[in-house]
Design a protein around this ligand. Structure first.
Ligand code: PLP
Length: 397
């Protein structure tokens, strides 16, 4: 027994599949920001809560006795609210009981999708930079993530380069739009070209749409790959409550998919979490009933926050890539001469007092993100103004 303990203490207990991923950059930067009392524009969580009525609905659901396991697919009222909320964008009627699965955030929806669909040796293609759970969850399944790089300044989704990455092992394409961290929103032409690749190679499409309500450019809108011709039967649409309702800590997400793909997702979901907190699901149903007036205010407020940060960044030597959606701004810091993204972000926290995210861990090859830095603007206006003031001190060497 003593021998076992000392073995565990001296060598990593982490599985081979997960060892390459270490501790997520979000935890590391948040801890560094705390140590240095920096303004945290790193991890993408709002410093304000969503509408009070949603919290009241959660408390009322608890008091009303909604405290035992929810059905595995989700509380019916929430499944119905999700189906109603998504119908217009997906261009079809959604069967709440058969096509909606409520998960522990979009992160679990991603994991359940991968675990439910993939066999060892399969390949999934994602555009990079990517949300960092993608490669880890694919690796947990013994599958491989292949990447197509979105390149500055436009970060365009290039279907021709996607096609080059397809092999006879490719099972799925994973698309995130609006895109974290670039702020790009896929256009109708880009989606049609991606759909064409999926149809011709008989691929499943997985779309991560957690920022679907955060398209900030007036003339653009969020478009769904699932709504393209011939895609409904091969697309899994993943969304979440966290970003849209400023409730990231609730971890309520969902997957919308035709019955045969829902069966695959649930085959994993039932053993990952089985079900998601019941009272929060009741409150989430209320949240989704707030509808367009709430979404309009959300967008207006985020436009204001984005513009405050962009104004601050425009006073610096950083090269700014203005986002069309999400609550992130990517910049190129190379002209400041502080090394790679990790070195630059460390310097920024320690010297300027602002925390950001070094995006290299969102790339298969970290060198691809070495010149970039990501700032989050899901913060209250005074915080963004204070951060902008600090950033104004940035000087080119
Ligand atoms: C692209 C993307 N997908 C998924 C998530 C996770 O969503 P959730 O908090 O609902 O698990 C995030 C959170 O940062 C994200 O940026």
């Amino acid at each position: 027994m003593v021998g076992t303990v000392s073995h565990m203490a001296t060598s990593s207990a982490v599985s081979h599949a997960l060892r390459p991923f270490g501790t997520t950059i979000f935890s590391r930067m948040t801890e560094l920001a705390r140590q240095h009392g920096a303004i945290n524009l790193g991890q993408g969580f709002p410093d304000f809560d969503g509408p009070e009525s949603i919290c009241v609905a959660a408390a009322e659901a608890m008091r009303a006795g909604h405290n035992q396991y929810a059905p595995m697919g989700g509380v019916p009222q929430l499944q119905e609210a999700i189906a109603r909320d998504a119908a217009e964008g997906l261009g079809r009627t959604i069967d709440p009981a058969g096509e909606v699965t409520v998960t522990s955030g979009c992160t679990e929806a991603i994991a359940a999708t991968m675990a439910g669909l993939l066999n060892p040796g399969d390949e999934v293609i994602a555009f990079e930079p990517f949300y960092d759970s993608y490669p880890a969850t694919v690796a947990m399944c013994g599958a491989t993530l292949k990447t197509v790089t979105l390149r500055p300044p436009t970060f365009a989704f290039d279907a021709a380069r996607l096609e080059v990455a397809v092999t006879d092992r490719t099972r799925a394409v994973l698309l995130n739009t609006p895109h974290n961290p670039t702020g790009r929103v896929a256009t109708a032409n880009e989606l049609e070209a991606i759909a064409d690749v999926c149809r011709r190679h008989d691929l499943i499409a997985i779309t991560d749409e957690v920022y679907d309500r955060l398209v900030l450019e007036g003339e653009q809108q969020h478009l769904c790959l699932a709504a393209c011709d011939g895609m409904v039967d091969r697309t899994i649409t993943l969304r979440s409550l966290g970003k849209t309702f400023s409730l990231t800590g609730w971890k309520i997400g969902w997957a919308i998919a035709p019955a045969h793909l829902t069966a695959a997702i649930r085959s994993a979901h039932q053993f990952l979490t089985y079900a998601v907190p019941t009272p929060l699901q009741h409150a989430a149903a209320h949240a989704l009933s707030l509808g367009e007036p709430y979404y309009r205010t959300l967008r207006d407020e985020y436009r204001q926050r984005r513009d405050v940060l962009l104004q601050g960044l425009s006073q610096t030597p950083l090269r700014v890539f203005e986002p069309e959606g999400t609550y992130f701004v990517m910049c190129d810091h190379a002209s400041l001469g502080h090394g790679d993204d990790l070195a630059f972000c460390r310097w920024l926290v320690e010297t300027v007092g602002v925390a950001a995210i070094p995006p290299s861990s969102f790339y298969a090859d970290p060198r691809s993100g070495a010149d970039l830095v990501r700032f989050a603007f899901c913060k209250s206006l005074p915080v963004l103004e204070a951060a902008s003031k600090r950033l104004a001190g940035l000087r080119a060497p």
